[in-house]
Design a protein around this ligand. Structure first.
Ligand SMILES: C[C@](O)(CO)[C@H](O)COP(=O)(O)OP(=O)(O)OC[C@H]1O[C@@H](n2ccc(N)nc2=O)[C@H](O)[C@@H]1O
Ligand SMILES: Nc1ncnc2c1ncn2[C@@H]1O[C@H](COP(=O)(O)OP(=O)(O)OP(=O)(O)O)[C@@H](O)[C@H]1O
Length: 282
């Protein structure tokens, strides 16, 4: 028996921070969107051990990998004694603001639930997701959704238009924790209008969607890495309708009418120090 799953990356179309909690986490309100860009995971049954092999982009293969953390958490929760041989083909840039680790963790729970025939419901997995990371809950659901709480309270939205997405990932990564810690809640600057973005998505109006793209973490990350401002300007000049940093960064995304126009925009970009990827909303 073998199970193969795609683990999709996400972008944040809006991101607002409402409060800091005593445990250091933040209450957020954000519109999350899955994109075509994905890692691929393959799961095979094994007698006892859980092992992981990674191909593609380098990520640690040891116990710190979120795939192994998710697998051990699920095995403990379910009580099964089965093992698994897992392979991960890593395509999503790492420490990029695209939830690469979180989506692998979510896919691992979904894949092993099938492989081990556990019969767990999505709600059971949702309960475990939060132990692995704030973005894992959304990654289990996918599509388009409003996320509240620390990211685990989800309200699914109707499928968004399949706008094209150009991703620009600089060579450096960024620590999500550092970004949240450097955020001054008294000085958030421009805040997103969640309901206006929901309306714009519902109408499929790219110009309006572009006008509602706001992420309060952007100015924090730009303060650490001012070169992100130049990347935003270049993406706009190259023809993207709207441009924003995803999550805590440093990836910048630009939206276009469709994948074809995203390919054209990417062709016009001269960014030798960055990884440029063309993908689309799903
Ligand atoms: C920036 C986003 O990616 C937007 O989707 C998420 O809010 C972050 O989600 P994530 O990377 O899955 O977050 P976790 O791995 O759970 O947490 C990493 C660190 O980010 C900070 N963190 C994360 C989520 C949140 N709502 N408040 C926080 O303050 C905490 O300092 C935490 O130690
Ligand atoms: N399967 C995995 N894929 C990517 N990173 C992983 C994985 N497992 C553990 N990590 C570690 O997690 C850290 C964050 O990587 P990740 O790509 O998830 O960040 P991110 O895209 O910024 O996530 P988010 O958008 O959820 O904040 C890295 O330092 C990486 O070493």
């Amino acid at each position: 028996m073998s199970v193969t799953l795609r683990a999709h990356a996400k972008i944040n179309l809006t991101l607002d921070v409402l409060a800091r909690r005593p445990d250091g986490y933040h209450e957020v309100e954000m519109i999350m969107q899955s994109i075509e860009l994905h890692d691929t995971l393959n799961f095979n049954i094994a007698q006892k051990d859980i092992t992981l092999m990674v191909t593609g982009l380098p990520v640690p293969e040891g116990a710190d990998n979120l795939v192994l953390k998710a697998a051990h958490l699920l095995r403990e929760f379910s009580g099964t004694e089965l093992g698994a041989t897992i392979s991960l083909n890593k395509k999503i840039p790492v420490a990029a603001g695209l939830a690469g680790g979180s989506t692998d963790a979510a896919a691992t729970m979904l894949g092993l639930n099938q492989l081990w025939n556990l019969g767990l419901q999505r709600d059971d997995l949702m309960g475990l997701a939060l132990q692995l990371g704030a973005d894992v809950s959304f990654c289990l659901l996918g599509g388009t959704a409003i996320a509240r709480g620390i990211g685990e309270v989800l309200s699914p939205l109707a499928s968004a238009p399949r706008f094209g997405v150009v991703l620009v990932k600089p060579s450096f990564g960024i620590s999500t924790k550092d970004v949240y810690q450097n955020l001054s809640l008294d000085n958030l600057g421009l805040r997103p209008n969640t309901s206006a973005m929901v309306r714009a998505l519902g109408e499929g109006n790219l110009k309006q969607v572009a006008g509602e793209l706001v992420n309060v973490l952007e100015s924090v990350t730009i303060q650490i890495k001012p070169e992100l401002n130049e990347l935003k300007t270049k993406l706009k000049k190259a023809g993207c309708q709207g441009v924003l940093m995803s999550g805590s960064g440093p990836t910048i995304f630009g939206l276009t009418a469709d994948m074809k126009s995203a390919v054209e925009v990417a062709k016009g970009l001269d960014l030798p120090d960055c990884q440029v990827l063309v993908t689309g909303m799903i």
